[in-house]
Structure formats: structure tokens, C-alpha cells
Design a protein around this ligand. Structure first.
Ligand code: SF4
Length: 287
């Protein structure tokens, strides 16, 4: 029932995002999923377009120096994703003939590709039937199917089973419904102000039928940003990305006053392979 309502709505209303266009390859979809994991669509779009023009196939990215990859990642945040994507490109080039595999298990074996990304690539890159479960989809299911105001903490197996039960049997139609569920959660059934009056599934929504009761279950922890190690790492990476070569320690010291936190973050960037120390003691993006 939900699928029958979501499918025509998505076909008519879906946002025109570049990675949804028919000419986008599975590689383009994979790149978009890496970028979208923790970054909003509006920030991803220009970076994705540049990225695909520069590295249209996995082997092209695999051949690029790591410093170029990190610079191109720019300010998308969580730059470990760029390293993992670079590694995944190398694995696809070497082990899969430069062609992204369509099989969920083969996708999950790639660096940085978890269950969500593997299923998203199978569905959106290849048009296959795969339950794709992100935060937005979990919220839609919690409301429309279970009549609860929010989804609460993830329950991976149960969440997958819930979404799988909503998908039609045929691959192509299931892939449309998977995309539609994500779109619904992103633009209509939002966390704070669901627009039920504009929602294609309102007539079948259990939460609406129950009178939109307030959510009183467990909540997911909300992560702050200001003052966190993530913010400090971002500032240090900005310095390294903006420099043409290695920088002195003093250039990094200038961006954050808490020396203990700064040292810890710099150390973590070195350990993660996002930065390197040169023989003369300066710091740079990895070669
Ligand atoms: S009717 Fe409202 S609560 Fe139900 S799925 Fe649509 S937007 Fe979400």
C-alpha cells in the first residue's frame, strides 16, 4: 500500500539531483553515497560534479595522489571518507576490472562500504531490489507503519526487515520505492515538522491515524560540533589543504589555542593517514 503511494509521487516530485540523472554511472552513485553519508545535499553537489569530471572512472581516482584527493574533498568534513573512497577506487580498478560490482556482498567487501552504502549502490546504481535504511527512512517507517513519532535508536536487523517488507518484488519498482522512502524522509516527513498535508502516504499513515501522538521513547544522542576534536581536525586540515607544500608546526598551532587538544588531533590525523610529517619536522597532506 505505501509503495503504491510512494512510487508515483517520487516519479513526479523527486528533486533533480545530479547523481539521480539517467547518465550517472554506478561509480557516480558510489561517490555520491560516500559524500552524502554525513554531509547535506547542497554542499555535496558542487564537489560531486567536479569530482566526476576529474575522475569519471575508479581507475582515474585510484591513480591520483592522495593529497589531490584530500584537496578535492575540500570541506565536506569527515575526510577519512575521502581516503576510504580512494582505497575503494583502487580495489574496484584492481579486482573488478574498473567496474563497480552490483552484488551487495561484493560491495560490502570494498573499503569504506558498509551495509547502507552497499545497498544504496545496488538500488540506485543498478536498479536492484535492496532495502536501504538511513535515518530518514527509519523515521518514515516509524511514523507511517508503527504509528510512532520518531524511530529512536537503530535496530539494524529489525529496521532492514521493516523496509524490506515494504518493497515490491520487482527490482526496478523496488529501487524506485527505496529512493522514494529516502526522499520522503528528507523533504516531507522531516524530524521536526512533518508536512503531513503534502504527504503522499497521509491517508495510510499510522501516526496520522493515531492523532500524531508525541514521541516518548528513547532518543538518539545529539552530537555537538563547537569545541570538539572534529572541529579542531577540520581546522588543521584546512591549513594543510590550503598550503602548496609542507607547513611549519607554528602554522598549525595558530588555529587552536588548547595545545593538548590540538596535539591529540594532529596525532590522530597522522595515525589516520590524513597528514604526514616530513623529515625536517614539518607537516603536509600525504603524498
Ligand atoms: S503523513 Fe506525516 S507522519 Fe505520515 S509519513 Fe507523511 S509526513 Fe510522515
Amino acid at each position: 500500500m505505501l509503495a503504491e503511494l510512494i512510487s508515483p509521487w517520487f516519479r513526479a516530485q523527486a528533486r533533480d539531483l545530479p547523481w539521480r540523472r539517467p547518465e550517472t554511472t554506478p561509480w557516480g552513485v558510489l561517490v555520491s553515497e560516500f559524500m552524502l553519508q554525513q554531509t547535506p545535499v547542497a554542499r555535496v553537489e558542487p564537489v560531486w560534479l567536479d569530482w566526476m569530471a576529474r575522475w569519471p572512472v575508479p581507475s582515474a581516482l585510484a591513480a591520483a595522489p592522495r593529497a589531490d584527493v584530500l584537496r578535492a574533498w575540500g570541506k565536506l568534513g569527515y575526510p577519512r571518507r575521502a581516503i576510504r573512497l580512494h582505497d575503494a577506487a583502487a580495489a574496484i580498478a584492481a579486482q573488478h576490472g574498473d567496474t563497480v560490482p552490483s552484488d551487495v556482498e561484493a560491495l560490502e567487501a570494498l573499503p569504506g562500504v558498509g551495509s547502507y552504502t552497499a545497498r544504496a549502490v545496488a538500488a540506485f546504481g543498478f536498479g536492484l531490489r535492496a532495502a536501504v535504511v538511513d535515518t530518514n527512512v527509519r523515521r518514515v517507517v516509524a511514523r507511517a507503519v508503527h504509528g510512532q513519532g520518531d524511530a529512536g535508536p537503530a535496530r539494524t536487523r529489525a529496521d532492514l526487515a521493516d523496509v524490506d517488507a515494504l518493497l515490491p518484488r520487482a527490482d526496478a519498482e523496488a529501487a524506485v520505492v527505496s529512493a522514494g522512502l529516502m526522499e520522503l524522509g528528507a523533504v516531507v516527513c522531516t524530524a521536526r515538522s512533518p508536512r503531513c498535508a503534502d504527504c503522499p502516504v497521509a491517508a495510510a499513515c499510522a501516526w496520522v491515524a493515531a492523532g500524531r501522538p508525541a514521541y516518548d521513547g528513547p532518543r538518539r544522542p545529539v552530537q555537538g560540533f563547537a569545541g570538539t576534536d572534529r572541529q579542531v581536525r577540520g581546522k588543521l586540515m584546512d591549513v594543510l589543504r590550503g598550503a602548496h607544500g609542507p607547513v611549519e608546526r607554528s602554522a598549525l598551532d595558530a588555529v587552536w589555542s588548547d595545545a593538548g587538544q590540538r596535539d591529540r588531533c594532529l596525532h590522530s590525523l597522522l595515525v589516520d593517514g590524513l597528514a604526514e610529517q616530513t623529515d625536517d619536522g614539518r607537516f603536509a597532506l600525504p603524498a
